[in-house]
Write a protein that binds this ligand. Structure first.
Ligand SMILES: *Cc1c(COP(=O)(O)O)cnc(C)c1O
Length: 378
């Protein structure tokens, strides 16, 4: 297999959900029709079934569906008692929703720089960010790999503060055999279509071990009332649609196999892209089961590499181009450029390569050949 016999260009999408759909089409449609025949379109038995299955998959007793991953964080913070102006310690290198939901919950995001190997919050720097107003530590398990949960839960226990895991990208990831979302007080999942378990629209779920917190979350998602039309507090309308649940219960049965396929693709890249000057492959840390929602390389010429790959048909993306402490809307938090150098560097260097389960061998090879060609490696 020499380079000459292969086409220069091949379309390799970063993600193509049309390839996944035929695998579940028949059963998903059957479930969708069931919901429509029953006309139980919001919550209902299909959502209850999904909640049970997700709870089991995560190894926790309670799961509560809601309208999105963003809402899972928002309701989660409220259930943990975050009051106006109280601080939530989190990563500045994450999807916007982590901090956006914090503000909408009434909290104030306090950022702690990331650890460069994992892109996750640097647990060694958390203590210096804590104040008497800190209410929650919210690690983000970015790209499919868990943050250092032993260190984080130990700090939280010592200080009597809560932990909410933003596990939106990490349903099924593990830290020492424990599932992402199951290690803190609450775990938040997203079913946005591009996540490892994606619906056909928006959806989310919260998981927890404590029955009282579960009850609070159920209340908050339906306008703060335990009993219909009687409200103990003001909550939200954030429920999971039964149609989403119908598709998600079917997909959940494939999730672990799909994650394994992502892991195989990642292992292939790890080997084929090792030792290239100016390029770093992502690190899977010991004791963690990385499920590669993204396969994130670092390049010292990221923008040029992205352009080069685009010309060869390889789909890539930058997650994320601007650290949250530099966002216009957070100017009032008082952070300045240079304050979180690792997060800022990650914003300049990160590039996501196609790693989805439906990737073919020929596509994988094309990605590898293209990256190597750019870096002048043979
Ligand atoms: C996707 C995502 C969210 C938000 O989930 P939605 O379902 O899109 O609201 C939150 N945090 C992280 C890290 C995410 O990747």
């Amino acid at each position: 297999m020499t380079a000459e016999t292969k086409p220069e260009k091949m379309n390799v999408p970063l993600l193509d959900l049309r390839r996944q759909w035929p695998q579940i089409r028949e059963e998903a449609l059957r479930r969708v029709v069931q919901v429509l025949d029953e006309q139980s379109c919001v919550l209902g038995p299909m959502v209850a079934e999904l909640e049970q299955e997700i709870a089991r998959h995560s190894g926790v007793p309670h799961a509560i569906g809601c309208a999105s991953g963003t809402d899972a964080i928002l309701l989660g913070l409220r259930a943990l008692g975050v009051q106006k102006g109280e601080e939530v310690v989190t990563s500045p290198f994450t999807f916007f929703a982590t901090a956006g939901a914090t503000v909408n919950a009434g909290g104030r995001p306090v950022f702690v720089d990331i650890e460069p190997d994992s892109f996750n919050i640097d647990a060694r720097r958390i203590e210096e960010a804590l104040t008497p107003r800190t209410r929650v530590i919210m690690p983000v398990h970015l790209y499919g790999q868990c943050a250092d949960m032993d260190a984080i839960t130990a700090i939280a226990a010592k200080r009597g503060i809560s932990v909410l895991e933003d596990a939106a990208q990490s349903l099924g990831a593990e830290d020492k055999g424990r599932r992402a979302g199951s290690m803190g007080d609450i775990g938040a999942y997203s079913f946005y279509p591009s996540k490892n378990l994606g619906g056909v629209g928006d959806g989310g779920m919260m998981v927890c071990r404590d029955a009282a917190i579960a009850e609070r979350l159920r209340t908050l998602r339906t306008h703060g009332g335990k009993q219909r039309y009687f409200h103990d507090e003001v909550g939200w309308n954030s429920r999971l649609d039964s149609l989403q649940a119908a598709v998600l219960v079917v997909k959940l049965r494939h999730l672990d196999a799909w994650s394994e396929a992502r892991r195989r693709n990642a292992a292939y890249y790890d080997e084929a892209l090792a030792g290239i000057d100016g390029l770093r492959t992502p690190k899977a840390l010991p004791g963690k089961r990385h499920i590669y929602n993204q396969y994130m390389v670092r390049s010292d010429r990221r923008d040029d590499l992205m352009k080069f790959l685009g010309e060869r048909g390889v789909g890539t993306a930058i997650y994320y181009p601007l650290s949250l402490h530099e966002q216009e809307c957070f100017r009032n938090l008082g952070y300045v450029r240079g304050q979180f150098p690792e997060s800022e560097r990650a914003c300049r260097e990160n590039l996501s390569l196609p790693v989805h389960p439906e990737l073919t061998e020929a596509e994988r090879d094309h990605v590898v050949r293209s990256v190597r060609a750019f870096h002048g490696a043979r």
